[in-house]
Write a protein of this length. Sequence first.
Length: 266
Amino acid sequence: MTATERLSLALVWILAAASAVFLMAPLVVTVAVSFVSSAVFTLPPPAWSTRWYERLWASRDLWPALWTSLRVAILATAGALVLGTLCAIAVVRGRFPGREALVTFLVSPLMLPGLVVGIAMLQGFRAAGLRDVSVSLLIAHGVITLPYVVRTVVAALSLFDFTLIDAARTLGLSYPAAILRVLVPGLAPAFLTSGLFAFLASMDNYPISIFFTDAWTKTLPIQMLQLVEERPDPAIAAVSTLLILLAVAVLILGDRLVGLRRLAEV
């Protein structure tokens, strides 16, 4: 390795380390602030304490909001997996005009600002006469989670060998049985990956959820915003830390499940 190559490699590692520090610093600060003993955001703290986590445990407002977010995220992710997979199969296997335009339309919620999508859906729901908050919130989250499933499953289907289904049918399986025994296991990593991202996107969504909540139905991000307005204390940092841990746990679980799936195939 020449001196120029060694210098280039060192610069690459320095830039990578600087980028990692830049991206991780806010998360580290948030976690550290959640353990301060004072009632204000201060670092270094006068003392370390878990008082803010104890306050969260006794809170009457956060638990209903957390349950609402979990319920909506799970249902929206399940619906997006079903509809997104059907749309992806139609796009990959179908031969009709406008296939590329359909894919662009399905992933368009990711290309537009969340506030724009939220206002558009709010106006559309009102024009359709939909007034129920829970149903509106579920449909809205289904719309914003659908692109994650469509993009991932379309990519997986483009690499899938559909002659395996024909081979399974020649061995005596019906078409639905061949789909369940061959296609679904082959797409399991794509389902898992897209489902995890869809779940996290729904749990963390704020700009769309704000249009479909009321005094009785609030998601966790909306409740956190209300807490910031009422009493800006490190309890918000504690909630953020728990959400960070949730995201890390979900990603680790997904990685382990994918690894076990690959070992089973071997």
